[in-house]
Design a binder for this molecule. Structure first.
Ligand code: GLC
Ligand code: CA
Length: 557
């Protein structure tokens, strides 16, 4: 694999609305991010992905863009953005924006013009069809519930397509003018000195046309979009064109939100001449999700399930490209609450989870707050929920016959709001996030879990993340941690996640993913202990007695 500048970096996702509020309006903003750059630099991260900050009605929290060329005033100004890019550069850091081009907002000028004149130029920027009472062009279910079709405002004889929320009309990528507009915008941003993009929901840009029905999979008579996507061919032509016209000439870094890739397509996506630099591994985030909805899905993964997902993903990628690893993001529950049983949630288990995914082959992404072990929040009632997706899943649960309390409990385990509560900086008012009233309720556990306390504690989760990052970047082990081959070790051993990383050194990673102690015989002699989340290492005669949730990395001779 050809080496790239970003391979040995560490990335960090910022959810701007909840990161740091500089002016007391309860909404995080760009000056807030700038004021925390030194914190991020000290943590050791290099690449910062910002969830969308463009002008937006925030129907889907910024993933509904009304103007691709301006910053939403709630987040700041274009000058703030330019300052952020410059300040990041001074610190050898890179800024990524979120590229949301499967759809825009219904408040975008293009859509407004399309509504005025559906048969004109801008009508062809979207998927607009004639409307007949009682019959839809196709029975696809939107990701946020209900059919993908919505009557065009003021034009009851027409309807438009939205695979997400009805305030997110899909852009018609078959129209070359749309693609040209998108590329123009990407280049405009890259010319400003942006490092690149995280690419949102990109597989959806290719629709299976002409519209047709798929077998209904719920009582609503609709069919999950995945069924259509599985048959839509040719997304690669769009992605290849986009890479040629924009990313490649700028040598930009890109990470794709790709869900349904087949093994043989990985090379096209992230191989040497791939459409993107990298893409996320979502194997473990989709595991256990029921086609019926969140209410029917498993709220936790067992260590065995988690292990099978990560090993399968590693095997699938091999050294075709460099995957990106996460345990959470703004669409997922907190990783520590999803992959660790509640009764076992403690600093040791959080460090173990951090260690396991960080030592996989790939680019690690940290989601804001993950580095201090932030957990899922508590929802007292459905009124506490902001996220459109959670509200839909709650309705689905009620329709399936669950009571209100039960439905809330079920969706709370998956709610995207878990990851969107304000960042917990200190024990002050609103966890130090804002002087005003936070837009989303702060997780009440901030007195226990916050940055300030962990910065003073050398055994904190935060301190452990810094050690993981330092190991990844150390001159001695970098080559092996970044490029070394991953070989599973004692894979059949229940609740043990073990693997070696083999490069110019040989490292052994061992995670005792359970409360019960266990003994592990080393495959060869230990050269050096590199990381340990417990105080001591009990090694005798080539055997290690591992304690509850012990995680270690050692160099083998
Ligand atoms: C992606 C985003 C998610 C958003 C959706 C629609 O999945 O991560 O937050 O709701 O796309 O843009
Ligand atoms: Ca603010």
């Amino acid at each position: 694999m050809k080496k790239q500048w970003w391979h040995d970096k560490v990335a960090y996702q910022i959810y701007p609305k909840s990161f740091y509020d500089s002016n007391g309006d309860g909404i995080g903003d760009l000056p807030g991010i700038i004021s925390k750059l030194d914190y991020l630099k000290d943590l050791g991260v290099d690449i910062l992905w910002l969830s969308p900050i463009y002008k937006s009605p925030l129907a889907d929290e910024g993933y509904d863009i009304a103007d691709y060329y301006s910053i939403d005033p709630r987040f700041g100004t274009m000058e703030d953005m330019e300052r952020l890019i410059a300040e990041a550069k001074k610190r050898d850091m890179y800024i990524l924006m979120d590229l949301v081009v499967n759809h825009c907002s219904d408040e975008h000028e293009w859509f407004r013009k399309a509504v005025q004149d559906p048969d004109g130029k801008y009508g062809n920027f979207f998927y607009i069809e004639d409307r007949e009472e009682g019959k839809l062009p196709c029975n696809w279910r939107s990701y946020f519930g209900g059919p993908v079709w919505e009557p065009l405002p003021g034009r009851p004889d027409k309807q438009y397509l939205h695979v997400f929320h009805k305030k997110q009309p899909d852009l018609n990528w078959e129209n070359p003018e749309v693609r040209r507009e998108v590329y123009k915008n990407i280049n405009w941003w890259l010319d400003k000195g942006l490092g690149g993009f995280r690419i949102d929901a990109i597989i959806n840009i290719k629709k299976k046309l002409p519209f047709c029905d798929y077998p209904a999979d719920r009582e609503d008579g609709l069919s999950c979009i995945d069924n259509m996507l599985a048959e839509a061919k040719g997304v690669g032509e769009f992605l290849g064109e986009m890479a040629r016209e924009t990313f490649r000439p700028h040598n930009a870094f890109t990470v794709g939100e790709v869900f349904n890739e087949k093994k043989e397509e990985i090379k096209d996506f992230i191989g040497e001449n791939g459409y993107f630099s990298t893409m996320f591994d979502f194997a473990e985030t989709v595991y256990g999700k029921s086609p019926k909805g969140w209410y029917d899905s498993s709220a936790f993964l067992t260590p065995e399930e988690y292990k099978s997902c990560i090993f399968a993903a590693q095997e699938k990628i091999g050294d075709v490209g460099m995957i990106s690893n996460i345990i959470e993001n703004h669409d997922e529950p907190r990783g520590v609450s999803h992959y660790i049983l509640p009764e076992d949630l403690c600093d040791e288990s959080k460090k173990l989870l951090a260690g396991v995914y960080f030592m996989l082959r790939g680019l690690p992404f940290i989601y804001q707050g993950q580095e201090i072990g932030m957990e899922n929040t508590v929802f007292q009632s459905i009124e506490d929920v902001d996220d459109v997706s959670t509200l839909d899943e709650y309705r689905v649960a009620l329709n399936a016959g669950l009571g209100e309390e039960e439905a809330l409990k079920k969706v709370a385990a998956f709610s995207r709001d878990n990851a969107r509560t304000p960042m917990q900086w200190n024990t002050g008012k609103n966890a130090g996030f804002t002087e005003g009233t936070p837009w989303l309720r702060t997780n009440p556990n901030y007195l226990r879990i916050n940055v300030e306390a962990q910065e003073k504690d050398e055994n904190s989760v935060l301190a452990f993340y810094k050690k993981l990052i330092a190991l990844r970047k150390s001159e001695e082990y970098k080559e092996t941690v970044v490029y070394g081959k991953l070989v599973p070790f004692m894979e059949q051993e229940k609740n043990l996640i073990g693997f070696t990383r083999e490069g110019d050194k040989k490292l052994l990673v061992l995670a005792n993913f359970q409360k019960e102690p266990r003994q592990v015989a080393l495959p060869s002699e230990m050269e050096k202990l590199l990381l340990n989340n417990l105080k001591d290492l009990d090694l005798k005669d080539g055997k290690i007695n591992m304690g509850a949730y012990q995680f270690i990395v050692l160099e083998l001779r």
